[in-house]
Every structure is written in structure tokens, then in C-alpha cells.
Design a protein around this ligand. Structure first.
Ligand SMILES: NC(=O)c1ccc[n+]([C@@H]2O[C@H](COP(=O)([O-])OP(=O)(O)OC[C@H]3O[C@@H](n4cnc5c(N)ncnc54)[C@H](OP(=O)(O)O)[C@@H]3O)[C@@H](O)[C@H]2O)c1
Length: 245
């Protein structure tokens, strides 16, 4: 796939799926603008080369800063919303604070960023917006993460509405829903013991393993590319066959 001539904004570009996506898009010729918080990782991202793009610090929870921040950005042909968090919160120990943090990061932030980009006319015609959702909340339930599941299901719902609202500008809006992926987000799942992980890995039909971040990045790149020029409002599942069982 050749993405030369495309400028793409990637949130969560300092780690995991967002980082793999930024690298994949650059390899395909795109100019990538990567967002994250961690200063060291942003430096490393920029040092790796972004095809003329930029690595910028931005806290997605700083909602009051969005409008000014977006005003300083150029126009984009693609936006990949990968920034996200997961926290274990079984319903018995429900915490409103956790729920609000997860919802704000995973659901409000990508919607607000998209809205500000549209308002400022910074999504170019024939552009592509990709939300990173999850099979949790959209295809399956996973114990302990109701707030996360709700936020990921919300992205799929929102994307169908935005697909229609932005179609007159020929802007496409889609989701990618991974199963488990080998990233820090999974490493940090405190509720997940080694034993539980072994049992879970065995449930993945394609090789009894989790995805590598680049395997999700390739599908995101497809949605960004013109190969997906007539796809909008869709949700592509990347889970090695887990959810069709
Ligand atoms: N890994 C999986 O198994 C899996 C499965 C399904 C869906 N997903 C989804 O895929 C996306 C990426 O997950 P990942 O596994 O790549 O996670 P990750 O390795 O933990 O990376 C998360 C990224 O989000 C950024 N981020 C988090 N909160 C932020 C904030 N307030 N402001 C700015 N950036 C923020 C982090 O930036 P800094 O580190 O710079 O703070 C980091 O770049 C998430 O939306 C996740 O829900 C993951």
C-alpha cells in the first residue's frame, strides 16, 4: 500500500497499537503526526522519523485545550484514535472516578478531537477517521471491565453516526476492534494472572496467541488508504478468530 501524499494524525502514538500504526504508516509513505504524553517516548518517536511529521505532547484529558491545539495543526487526510486506557473495576467495587476517567479518555476524547478537527475544517475531503475499539463490549463480555466495554461499544455507535454526518464531505469513519494484543495495556492488567493468560491464549484459534501491534496497524492502514475508499460506518474485527467461536 502506498500512502504517500497523505498526512495522518495518530493519538496514542507513543506505545502499543498507536506506535505500530505510526511506524506502519510512515513505512507506507505517509506523513505522520503522533500524539502522546510521555516526553521520552515522543522524542524516540520523532527520532525514528515521521515522514516530515511531528511528535507532539498532548494530554487527551485536557478538554479545554483542544480548540487552541487543533488551531495549530495542519489539515489531515487521516486520523487514527488509538489513545486509550483500561482499568479493572468489577461491578461490586464500582468506582465513579474510574468510570469517568475511562469514559473521558476512551470515548469523550476521540469524539471531541474529531469534532474540533471538523469544526476547524482540518479533515480533508476523502479523509479517513479510524477509532480503535475492541471486541470487549462489541462482540464479547469480559469480566471486570464494564466501563471499558461501554466506552468501546460507544465508539462503534458513534462511528456509524459520524460516517453519515461526514459522508457529504467524502470523509469515511470506521472502527477496528482487536482482541487481545501484546502491548503494555495488557501487561498492566493487574487482574490477569500468568495462569489466566495461558488459558486465554489457548482460546485464540489462529496460533493460540495474542496479536502483535503491527497486525492491527496493517488493518488500520488499510482503512486509512484509498483501498478502503467505499467503506464507511464499519467495524473490522482483528482477533484471530476468537469471537466467532
Ligand atoms: N492491547 C490490547 O489488547 C487492546 C485490545 C483491544 C483494544 N485496544 C485498544 O487499543 C488502543 C491502544 O491500546 P494499546 O494496547 O496500544 O495501549 P498502550 O500500549 O497502553 O498505549 C496507550 C496509549 O494511549 C496514550 N494515552 C493514554 N491516556 C492518554 C491521555 N490522557 N492523553 C494522551 N495520551 C494518552 C498513551 O500515551 P503515553 O504513554 O504517552 O501517556 C499511549 O500512547 C486503546 O484504545 C485500547 O483500548 C487494545
Amino acid at each position: 500500500m502506498n500512502l504517500s501524499g497523505k498526512r495522518v494524525l495518530v493519538t496514542g502514538a507513543t506505545s502499543g497499537i498507536g506506535l505500530a500504526t505510526a511506524r506502519c504508516l510512515v513505512d507506507m509513505g505517509a506523513e505522520v503526526w503522533g500524539l502522546g504524553r510521555n516526553a521520552e517516548r515522543l522524542e524516540a518517536l520523532a527520532a525514528g522519523g515521521l515522514g516530515g511529521g511531528n511528535a507532539l505532547a498532548f494530554d487527551m484529558l485536557d478538554f479545554d485545550a483542544y480548540r487552541d491545539f487543533v488551531a495549530r495543526l495542519p489539515g489531515f487526510d487521516g486520523v487514527v484514535h488509538s489513545a486509550g486506557i483500561v482499568e479493572n473495576a468489577p461491578i461490586r467495587y464500582f468506582s465513579l472516578e474510574k468510570y469517568e476517567r475511562i469514559t473521558a479518555t476512551n470515548q469523550t476524547a476521540p469524539l471531541l478531537l474529531t469534532s474540533e478537527l471538523v469544526r476547524a475544517s482540518k479533515l480533508n475531503p476523502k479523509g479517513s477517521v479510524v477509532f480503535v475499539s475492541s471486541i470487549s463490549g462489541t462482540s464479547i463480555g469480559t469480566k471486570g471491565i464494564s466501563a471499558y466495554a461501554a466506552s468501546k461499544a460507544a465508539l462503534v455507535g458513534m462511528s456509524k453516526v459520524l460516517a453519515l454526518e461526514l459522508a457529504p464531505k467524502l470523509i469515511r469513519v470506521n472502527c477496528v476492534s482487536p482482541g487481545m494484543v501484546n502491548t503494555e495495556l495488557v501487561d498492566n492488567l493487574s487482574s490477569f494472572s500468568e495462569e489466566a493468560k495461558k488459558i486465554d491464549l489457548a482460546k485464540y484459534p489462529l496460533g493460540n496467541r495474542y496479536a502483535e501491534p503491527r497486525e492491527v496497524a496493517g488493518v488500520i492502514a488499510f482503512l486509512v488508504s484509498d483501498h478502503a475508499s467505499f467503506m464507511t460506518g464499519q467495524n473490522l474485527v482483528v482477533d484471530g478468530g476468537y469471537s466467532v467461536q
